[in-house]
Write a protein that binds this ligand. Sequence first.
Ligand code: ADP
Length: 496
Amino acid sequence: AAAAEEPISPPVQVRHTQLLINGKFVDAASGKTFPTLDPRTGEEIARVAEGDAEDINRAVAAARKAFDEGPWPRMTAYERSRILLRFADLIDKHNDEIAALETWDNGKPYEQAAQIEVPMVARLMRYYAGWVDKIHGLVVPADGPHHVQVLYEPIGVAGQIIPWNFPLLMFAWKVGPALACGNTVVLKTAEQTPLSALYVAKLMHEAGLPDGVLNIVSGFGPTAGAALASHMDVDKVAFTGSTDTGKIIMELSARSNLKPVTLELGGKSPFIIMDDADVDHAVELAHFALFFNQGQCCCAGSRTFVHERVYEEFVEKSKARAERRVVGDPFRKGVEQGPQIDDEQFNKILGYIKSGVESQANLVTGGARLGDKGYYIKPTIFSDVQDGMKIAQEEIFGPVQSILKFNDLNEVIKRANASRYGLAAGVFTNNLNTANTLTRALKAGTVWVNCFDIFDAAIPFGGYKMSGIGREKGVDSLKGYLQTKAVVTPIKDAAW
Ligand code: ADP
């Protein structure tokens, strides 16, 4: 792991720091602002308007009006689709600037943002643009002389609350399907990463989005977030974040107007490596599954189960791989890992590392911060991890790989499933029967076989158990943003 060097100047300016309500950038009603910080240094990038309940009220009123009276749900599907397509083109046009803003605010490698994530946002928008004019109803048979139609209508005003680990991708997963279905939106960004959503929301207006259809409120969870989830005039809430906060969101929804919820929550995903595996390939995939995005992925392969026959070799090669991982300023070329998002996460991760050592897991490599500035953590591996240890049960959300040994397929299925989470799983084997057994036995919303973190626009993503409710991406994501209406008409003089 390279040492963190002096930070490079980001090749981008901050253009927008106000709230975006009813198509206009405005200050918070309270006039308050909060700083957003550069994870490379902990220094302030900019001060951003701090929205609270009153701003949520203003934003919801705008979204309500845009839904009830505005052109958006009444436009032809083709017109709405064209706006989303134009937005995708503008994302492409400003790709590098958007990626730089994302890296600056979040700390993720610029190459990852510019080559994978921002292009994925454009891809997702084109995918949803493709759905707009293909959302249609059914005619269903009735027992009597009735003509029965099933209509799929937008729900209304969607409240959306997103996290900081993939600020723009989460924006796209939420806003794409909501707008494709004809809803209007109030989106609250994470307090750590407010910048990129403001930038692209402006582009969406340039693409022709009518005022009030998409409103962006920066601010904190217990104030702005809670006001959105409990608002009586919000018809649906979609949330991505921790399981604990997900429970709060569901409770706030229930206590207010019983708005339906979509939740994408935490995980402790198993990555299972069988003894027939090509060890070098398995090491690389398991490394990627855990360390990608500084380990800040809800679906991270954070329990690496390795068959005892390849265990020693696997641990040794994983150590070498982790020690080769290039950690440093995310704007630098070739950097694989930047800083963690903020001091809270940084300290939490170091706390888990301490807990791993205290519970007598074997610290193979890493285990400390890197450098003395910013939130860099050395790629860390524990081997001989036991199921009951805290590091094997709780979501660490950092660059800490836990390796566990197993010797039997049925045993590993039981252990992999013995978690309150069920977001994703990875399976590494060349044996078709083993793969088929595992893919059916694992209780997870996604099972990646001989791959990991494949996120095409059309693949549904979401959790079993306490990893969530509902699915995002793919056709499944549309269900969360549509109401079903049955229309029944008598057929007079049925002649057949
Ligand atoms: P993390 O711990 O990773 O920051 P959270 O689940 O707390 O994850 O945050 C995800 C999103 O949820 C953020 O936008 C945050 O502001 C928001 N949030 C946090 N607490 C609440 C809350 N009580 N009500 C509504 N939103 C919240």
